[in-house]
Design a binder for this molecule. Structure first.
Ligand SMILES: [Zn+2]
Length: 301
């Protein structure tokens, strides 16, 4: 089964926080043990915001990806290049501060294999405003230009962390359906980072993609979660009609606590079992596990 995960912060852990592969949630051995086909590694370039040293941080994280290549996990430029049976990784940006320095930077990072980018993390920048700040300030004019350039070059635009106005701006002003790399359902857990049912319905109608985040604080008001609760967020999106646009967006190495029975990619099978317990047939589980992401990238080509 092709299993994909659309978000993790492992390269920040390795390249900036100074951890080793023995200390991260995601390791080559755990990717193999979990049967993960495609792991997305984010370049989280904006922890200090638009005035921080985002370019140097992105470079350090980009360099850290070599540790996975050396361990036999190849980088791919497209999800379709990842062959089932062996883990691969693809790059994304969490916070596109590196694009503040000119539209030409989009092509530079695309050339390096970045296929997904969230315009903002939790800090306002020259592209837009995060959900953490307010729901009403949308993408800037420059942000719209960046988004169009990203989409022209085949880079998925990621709404996770973006506020509601920015989300709707993407559908009104962008050229292709966006995706959410690591977001849960507001109807099940009322957190500003989660998507409302209206947002999820628009994603479904326009052919986007939603990778459900594993973070207990986004899954449950009491911040306690397990694979069964994670499966309920997936099920909620399916109930709204999203069985063909939902998948996994773990946020491993970006979250300080994990669901009690899904602490790393080696345990991703627990979610598959939880979906089976909800009555999902194998064909639906295969779509959710990875095929939906493959189909999304085929749609935005
Ligand atoms: Zn995040």
């Amino acid at each position: 089964m092709y299993i994909a995960d659309t978000h993790s912060d492992t390269l920040f852990s390795l390249g900036v926080a100074g951890r080793t592969l023995a200390q991260t949630d995601i390791t080559p051995d755990r990717l193999r043990a979990g049967g993960v086909t495609l792991q997305t590694f984010a370049l989280w370039s904006g922890p200090k915001g638009p005035d921080g040293d985002y370019a140097a941080i992105a470079e350090a994280e980009y360099a850290a990806r070599q540790q996975f290549i050396d361990a036999g996990i190849p980088q791919v430029d497209d999800p379709a290049q990842a062959r089932d049976g062996q883990p691969h990784f693809m790059l994304s940006l969490e916070g596109c501060e590196v694009f503040q320095d000119g539209l030409d930077k989009v092509a530079l990072w695309r050339e390096r294999g970045v296929r997904m980018g969230a315009p903002v993390w939790n800090n306002e920048n020259e592209l837009g405003t995060p959900a953490k700040k307010n729901p009403t300030d949308g993408l800037t004019d420059y942000g719209v230009k960046v988004v169009k350039e990203m989409q022209r070059l085949g880079m998925a635009v990621d709404v996770s962390h973006l506020n509601e106005k920015g989300f709707y701006d993407l559908f009104m002003k962008g050229d292709k359906a966006p995706m959410a790399s690591h977001s849960c359902c507001r109807a099940l857990c009322n957190h500003f980072r989660n998507l409302t049912d209206d947002q999820i319905r628009l994603m479904i109608r326009e052919g986007g993609f939603i990778g459900v985040n594993f973070y207990p604080a986004f899954l449950s008001a009491d911040k306690k979660a397990d694979s069964a609760l994670l499966a309920r967020h997936i099920d909620h999106i399916c109930q709204l009609g999203g069985e063909r646009i939902v998948g996994f967006g773990s946020d491993f190495d970006g979250i300080e606590i994990c669901p009690e029975d899904v602490a790393h990619p080696g345990q991703i099978g627990q979610i598959i079992r939880a979906l089976q317990q909800l009555g999902y047939p194998d064909a639906a589980i295969e779509r959710i596990a990875g095929q939906n992401l493959l189909d999304y990238y085929a749609r935005i080509k």
